[in-house]
Design a protein around this ligand. Sequence first.
Ligand code: ZN
Length: 285
Amino acid sequence: MSETTLSKITDHVYWMSPGEPDRPSLCAVVGTNRTLMLEAGASDAHARLFLDALSAAKVRHPDYVALTHWHWDHIFGAAELDVPVIAHWQTAAEIAIQAGYEWTDKALYERVANGKEIAFCADNIKLELPEPRQIRFVQPDIVYRDSLDINLGDVQVHLQHVGGDHAADSCVMHILPDKVLFLGDCLYDAIYTPVRHYTTKKVFPLLDIILSFDADYYVEGHTPTVMSRAELMTIVDKMRMVGKIVDELSADEAAVKEAVTAEMGTPLDEDTLGFIQTFIAGQQL
Ligand SMILES: [Zn+2]
């Protein structure tokens, strides 16, 4: 993945692209009155990189930060920001659980062994934050149930809980008039499970909600480009098509591949193969 850079993607939105080892997208939504940061980052260093980039661009620093979900790479930078944290109640509940854990390598891999953590995250935490590791958890200051609207001046941000397979607490942020939808990781597959997977039961309603927002720009947690509506639709169409076929043919991988190939009329690309595997895994749960 390329080095993280800060760019202005619309009139009010600055985006820092995702980076190594597993740093997600960060945004600043800048209004005439206030700046809202989206995601706290993977560490103090990641948060500081973002703040320094804002300073260099002469952008007002965040007045508060809103989280999309509880996963470590989205929350560990919160203390460095030193601003009120806004989160869904389920995100707040999970942060309280994480704050009670020990964060040595030994404790981290014990949790991997007993199923409370996954190796992918433990390995990336080690890379982002080598031992000795001090993680300063921040319990959210403002907690909402379904949605929350924030007026920053000439720009409004609507925070909406959407759930999905990736994390039950997933929320998106809709920014108007810029027509940006900040997706966090909500469209990705379930990772905190023995097998990565998608279920049509959760994905199909989620896709309907995502498409119901009036947006032209889509920012995902770990996707290194800002997507247009057309680019998002390409992904959505593939997910809907594969999910429907897997529902019909169950877990018969060869039959699913044949049906999907016939439907697409082209050889299976990497994305589609990934969706086939993850939707089948979801069927087998
Ligand atoms: Zn995540």
